[in-house]
Design a protein around this ligand. Structure first.
Ligand SMILES: [Ca+2]
Length: 351
């Protein structure tokens, strides 16, 4: 029997992580799939356990992402797994075959892609505001009439409260010189700021930007946002982590995929209407992600956001949302402007 393994035909060039499906070799058993890859969200994956040596066995446990989901017995070698409810990305299927006290473990990684092409959206500029051209923007959010901004570079990193209309920095707190500031989020009247590679996060009271505590994580820190229960963090990969803001424990992780593969380099984040907006590092693109499945639902083409007749000092970075007035703001690293934008389906934008 020949089993075709699917390797996502993607390259690092467009920010997609290299992923492949693979099975560990085992002595007596093999695990074969009856579906033709690639697999998509909501597919039912059909497998058969194949005994290569006709060895007797008692039972087998099927584990999906570490959780036991089914049992097999001799005479029943076929099983199905529903991808629905498990999200896009990499999943581990393990079959543990028992014979007395002996156990043989067969592992298969499967990649589940999005089941629907993302909608292609664009933008319209509604207003243009000044922005500090010395700000290496790494995090941006809006709260009660003010922008809050986290800036990067060692020695120049700050947490700032900024006046929207003028871009004037009203308050600034310097980040210690050993930390390279990254994304920021607001949760329960506290501001949280990541650092890039030090594994250290800073927590401030919003009023007065007073540092109150620190937290620690094992990945790089890139973008940060929050919903009403979690801090939500990117690390430069296609993973987004949900963190408990009370003890900083990671609760769960999603992987971000479209119909072709993983979407890497997820950077600055914004939680809006139960979706995650993420701008992709070094691209004029924002993706809108379903936070349950990790599926990319929209790709917002931001090409043309920076005036074509001016040299651009840095990449697009920074999405903020004014929930009360339903306004989106975007800017970039060292950009002299911050834009209020309206996102809309590209087909509805008149050129
Ligand atoms: Ca943001």
């Amino acid at each position: 029997l020949f089993v075709a393994f699917y390797g996502c035909n993607t390259s690092q060039d467009d920010g997609r992580a290299q992923q492949s499906n693979a099975t560990e070799k085992t002595a007596n058993f093999d695990l074969i799939t009856h579906n033709v890859a690639p697999y998509a969200l909501n597919d039912t994956l059909n497998f058969s356990l194949l005994s290569k040596t006709a060895m007797a066995w008692d039972s087998a446990s099927i584990l999906l992402d570490g959780k036991s989901v089914q049992k097999l017995f001799p005479g029943r070698l076929d099983f199905s797994l529903l991808t629905k409810g498990h999200g896009v990305g990499s999943h581990e299927v393990v079959v543990e075959v028992y014979q007395g006290s002996e156990k043989e473990r067969i592992k298969r990684n499967v990649i589940v892609l999005a089941d629907k092409e993302p909608e292609i959206w664009g933008f319209q500029i509604k207003a243009k505001f000044p922005h500090d051209a010395d700000a290496f923007t790494q995090g941006l959010l809006y709260d009660k009439g003010f922008l809050y901004e986290g800036t990067g570079q060692k020695g120049a990193s700050e947490l700032r409260k900024v006046e929207l209309l003028t871009g004037k920095v009203l308050e600034a707190k310097k980040v210690s010189i050993d930390l390279f500031g990254e994304g920021i989020a607001l949760f329960n009247e506290h501001l949280y700021q990541l650092s890039w590679q030090a594994g250290v996060g800073l927590v401030y009271q919003k009023e007065g930007l007073k540092e109150v505590t620190r937290f620690y994580y094992s990945t790089e820190g890139w973008g940060l946002t929050a919903n009403d229960s979690h801090l939500i963090m990117s690390d430069g990969s296609h993973h987004i982590r949900f963190i408990d803001p009370t003890n900083f424990q990671e609760q769960h992780t999603i992987e971000v995929y479209d119909t072709k593969g993983a979407i890497g380099y997820l950077n600055e984040l914004e939680w809006v209407d139960d979706k995650i907006y993420a701008n992709i590092w070094q691209k004029d693109e924002i993706v809108v992600i379903d936070p349950i499945s990790g599926k990319v639902e929209k790709r917002i083409d931001m090409k043309g956001i920076f005036p074509a007749n001016q040299s651009r000092p840095g990449v697009l970075n920074g999405i903020a949302f004014d929930a009360e007035n339903r306004r989106f703001f975007v800017t970039g690293k060292y950009w002299p402007f911050l834009f209020e934008v309206l996102f809309m389906p590209k087909s509805t934008i008149s050129s």
